[in-house]
Design a protein around this ligand. Sequence first.
Ligand code: SAM
Length: 396
Amino acid sequence: MRGLVVLCRAGFEGEAAAEASEIARARGAEVRTVRADGHALLEPREPSGAAALARLSSLDLIFARQVFAGQECVPLPVGDEAVPALTEAAWRVAQGLGLRGFSSLLVEAPDTDGGRRLWPTCGRLAEGLGAALSEKGLLGPRSPGPRLHVFLPNPSEALLGTSDPGRSSPWPMGIPRLRFPSGAPSRSALKLEEAFLSFVPEGERRVRLRPGMRAADLGASPGGWTWYLASRGLVVAAVDNGPLDRTLLETGLVEHIRADAFTWRPPRAMDWLVCDLVAPPARVAKLVGVWASRGRCREAVFNLKLPSAGRLAQVRRCAEIISRELDRCGARYSLRFKQLYHDREEVTGHLRVEEAGTTPPAAPRDPKLRTPLRSQPAGGAGRRGRSGRGRARHST
Ligand code: SAM
């Protein structure tokens, strides 16, 4: 099997396949897609399309949790035979690609009822195969090659493939193993943690999310996201008419503001806006775009609750809404969306204003947003006037 293997949330195979094949087509590769439970396979119609497919990264894709280039499909023997058979197959893959070995190994199965039953097998194989490959010098830090993926679409087959570690998820199935933090008022805290792990590179997290920074949490009740921010020492304005976990208020870092998130304005610019409102996605996108283009926040993490049909189109529409606001004022920014493991019928967006715009925003048409605004430019005065304004860098 030569083609791209895309792992996604069950029920989103259509979106994952559609967006991957659209990008492949835009890069000159016509593909045939095969959807299966919790994953999709994209095969190039012409051999020349394989290279374009292999360049597709999980970073390019909203609905893909994991992406790798499939190389070989082998029967998966039961019991002790499995590790030797996979070791041999991995060796063939290395030979076929002219590699000395692999830098790391992930053994994966779909995130479906059937696939989850294979996860313990994946764990055992990762251990056994990892040891066998290391012994043969085919795996480890001295083999600075791609990552080896062994994917079990069912109990009797294994699909071997490779990915560039910088362009695929480091976690098996693209699922981070996060522990529910004691003290967090809701499991949503994990969603925000996953968002920061996914969107902010590890080396930058301590700087971009540090004690003393200011954040607004729109739609904060009962307080999972606020808890996550406060636990990192951020000062949080938690906006929701609903109740907020009382222990949050005792931290001295959280102010509970009972207000409508769509009309509330921060008294000063925030470093972060986080937004988990249950509201139409286009309305949330407009809110985020307005906040960022008016300098009310420098970065935003926001959740878009998706309809049951036309979900990819809806995310793209939301991206356009945000981009329009920022392009209008000439800001430079990056915008990404991802369906995280902790997302259900939703996706999470991340917006970072890299350089504030200089064109004052036009008066909003929505009468609810008509209050004059005097917020500071989010990036500070020094960022204004730098060259490169108006250049958007965004991917959906
Ligand atoms: N992120 C929260 C957490 O971690 O606990 C959960 C947020 S919950 C999914 C959505 C919240 O949005 C609800 O508490 C609801 O009261 C709030 N909400 C919906 N519309 C709102 C509005 N217009 N203004 C303020 N809050 C709103």
